[in-house]
Design a protein around this ligand. Structure first.
Ligand SMILES: [Ca+2]
Length: 253
């Protein structure tokens, strides 16, 4: 942690302590970073506690793996990867997801880093409607109606490009609660959700992705995007990368 970070942390702490917009240093910033012109405007994001805004999916500020329990959503963050032998990802997909203390605004964000994945890569995701199943029942991902919204917004930073992808009933395998029958050939796979690639940078930036701009990649069953049947979101990077990226303030807009 250099001096600038210590100053930042102090500003954040003061901002939180006083109930003011934390890290609201404004577009001019104090650090002289290259990204200040597109820097995240925390003053706009910190004014409304996540629990009071039905559009906020999660700001990570409760420090746990569960998303914000508002907007009738219930689910958790998780890590995933292509399971290459020797691949390393933190947080591991074998344990409950843990937020990191390096945030766009506030205290916590969802960070993942790792290397050694050679098939298709790794990432982190969250479910929008996955209630804890009753004893003995399978864990299913249920649909969430987001048709009142235009798209997904979030803050992110990192050393790679990531693809934000939406899971919906039509791309979710049947065994997980979807309607997709997994095939074995190209063009007949499940989980080819609608998404878009964005290039990240070293400083936090705000990304806003309208549903209308999202596309499937083409290796799975072609389906129709239906904002009434979303099951989750994923943020992933490709294979053969030494990756480190963070996501915060995931929200509908
Ligand atoms: Ca946060």
């Amino acid at each position: 942690m250099d001096v600038r970070d210590i100053i930042k942390v102090t500003v954040i702490s003061l901002g939180l302590g006083l109930g003011l917009g934390a890290c609201a240093s404004g577009p001019s910033g104090a650090g002289g970073d290259d990204d200040t012109t597109n820097a995240t405007d925390c003053s706009a994001l910190m004014g409304i506690p996540a629990g009071d805004d039905p559009a906020v999916i999660d700001d990570l500020e409760d420090g746990d793996e569960g998303i914000s329990e508002n907007g009738s959503r219930v689910g958790a963050w998780y890590s995933f990867n292509d399971a290459t032998a020797g691949g390393m990802q933190e947080p591991s997909d074998a344990v409950d997801f843990k937020p990191s203390m390096d945030s766009a605004c506030g205290m916590y964000a969802a960070r993942t880093h790792g290397k050694g994945f050679k098939e298709w890569g790794a990432g982190i995701g969250l479910d929008l409607n996955a209630p804890t199943p009753a004893m003995g029942q399978p864990e299913l991902r249920l649909k969430y109606d987001a048709s009142q919204y235009t798209g997904i917004a979030f803050e992110a930073k990192g050393n790679v490009s990531i693809r934000m992808q939406i899971a919906e009933i039509a791309t979710l395998p049947m065994m997980e609660g979807g309607s997709c029958v997994p095939g074995t050939m190209d063009g007949m796979m499940c989980e080819d959700g609608f998404g878009k690639v964005v290039a990240l940078s070293a400083g936090w930036k705000t990304y806003q992705l309208p549903f209308a701009e999202l596309k499937q990649e083409g290796w799975g069953w072609p389906v129709t995007f239906d904002a009434k049947t979303l099951t989750g979101l994923q943020f992933s990077c490709l294979q053969n990368l030494d990756f480190d990226f963070s996501i915060d303030n995931v929200r509908f807009y």
